[in-house]
Write a protein that binds this ligand. Sequence first.
Ligand code: DGL
Length: 268
Amino acid sequence: MSSLPSISTPRLGVFDSGVGGLTVLRELRQQLPKVAMHYVADTAHAPYGLRDADYIIERSLKVGGHLIDQGARVLVVACNTATAHAIAALRQRWPDVPIVGTEPGIKPAVAQSSVGRIGVMATPATIASARFAGLVQKHAGSVQVFSRACPGLVELIERGDLQSEELRALLAHLCQPLIEAEVDTVLMGCTHYPLIQTQLQETLGSQVKLLNIESAVAQQAARQWQALGLPSAPEAAPLLQTTGDAESLSRFVQQALHWPLSASGLLI
Ligand code: DGL
């Protein structure tokens, strides 16, 4: 358990292993335009989805600690993989900071399915986690859940070429079992995947409903922020930091999200 440092500007802290959490940040900026935000992409240590639980916990505590030291008073874990393995450790370390996680929305997906078969695409570490198994057990009921671990997908998205043939070929391979299972609903269980939603929809076919959780996560974070009664800031651009290459993150936010922002490097 750690006490909170004193700070001048309370911020909403957001992190992911890379660019995926920007899909959550995009929703947060829409819902809380006057809140100062701080985003960390832990790109030097991505992908989390191929790491073991100890590593994911260690990195999440390191990045979460940095955000809190810099003023985060609500923390958003904009990563399903880090939520699955590290949210309990984060909440134990900072019991006074509301910490909002990102988890595959099994419950809404189950409610959407008319045929009783849904697919979930997520990182290998998320699919293998006890938390994911618990969600399925709690919410699937009689609906069949086809879980698809997607190694390699985050790495291709991180490279930034979202139109490549390599990405299309990998998507075709990953989606094949879901197409064969004739699921009618697919859940994007990784915050990177909404960045390739169009390509994913094309691969799965227009009859498949594609669901994500980012807007619900942002709503939950907004509720937490408002409950604390923290002051709002003048409309401010979020602070973007990466443990990887700042140029690449800047290029990504400018090209994929059309935000005229630059990221800076971070050594933690
Ligand atoms: N964006 C992260 C998630 O939602 C995963 C990325 C990774 O494997 O590093 O799970």
